[in-house]
Design a binder for this molecule. Structure first.
Ligand SMILES: *Cc1c(COP(=O)(O)O)cnc(C)c1O
Length: 222
């Protein structure tokens, strides 16, 4: 039962908050990619209010079909010619380049409705991962203060694959440091989106305010 799995995960999250000592509130973003709108509805009925998708087209189709008043999160890379789709999401987790930030600003600024986004940080330094290198965060944080079409709500990261616990922790701590840099530049930056099915407890110990969970809620994807 989804509701039982959810209750067990929430208990684990509470325990991880207590161990980590950051005292944060944690939102579960249920990642429904590859699953159909029926799964979105089941999640909503189980009490999940936040749904994550990594592809725009798939997300928009599912939003229409599921027809539940959930908050939708875009958690994957966005092409610059698709920024208009951000209208349909309450938070964009993958602001991964200055050029994308400029494109979002150019579209959102005249509408006077800033896009809420998280700065994606490549805290593990893996070449295959997107996002800002840790030492690029401070200058970009300054620059983003001038882009009024964007509200920078915090940082997001993905842990390295097949890494040791200490490497994963270091990555999460790096994202937390990036959030602190965003704050000192003047952004509100309260959120820290990190942790997936395999590492969410570590992420919560390191201060995650949003965990993005797919497999552990809905089973393995094909
Ligand atoms: C698929 C995905 C997740 C969820 O992964 P699970 O391991 O299934 O929990 C989280 N974040 C992003 C960016 C994803 O693409």
């Amino acid at each position: 039962m989804l509701s039982e799995r959810l209750a067990a995960i929430r208990d684990r999250i509470d325990a991880a908050v207590a161990r980590g000592g950051h005292g944060q509130r944690v939102t579960i973003v249920a990642v429904t990619k590859t699953y159909g709108p029926d799964v979105v509805r089941a999640a909503w009925e189980a009490g999940i209010g936040d749904i994550g998708e990594n592809k725009v087209q798939e997300a928009l189709a599912k939003q229409a079909a599921a027809n539940v008043p959930a908050r939708w999160h875009l958690i994957g890379h966005l092409q610059r010619n698709k920024v208009k789709a951000l209208d349909r999401f309450s938070l964009f987790h993958a602001l991964d380049s200055a050029r994308l930030a400029d494109a979002i600003h150019a579209w959102a600024e005249p509408r006077q409705q800033p896009v809420r986004a998280l700065l994606q940080v490549n805290a593990s330094g893996e070449a295959s991962k997107g996002g800002f290198a840790p030492d690029a965060v401070a200058p970009e944080a300054e620059r983003l203060m001038g882009l009024t079409g964007l509200t920078v709500c915090g940082a997001m990261t993905m842990a390295p694959f097949d890494a040791s616990e200490s490497q994963v922790r270091a990555c999460f701590a790096g994202a937390r440091a990036a959030r602190a840099i965003l704050r000192s530049a003047g952004h509100e930056a309260t959120e820290l989106s990190m942790g997936m099915s395999g590492d969410y407890e570590l992420a919560v110990e390191e201060g995650a305010t949003m965990v993005r969970l797919g497999t552990i809620l809905f089973g393995a994807r094909n």
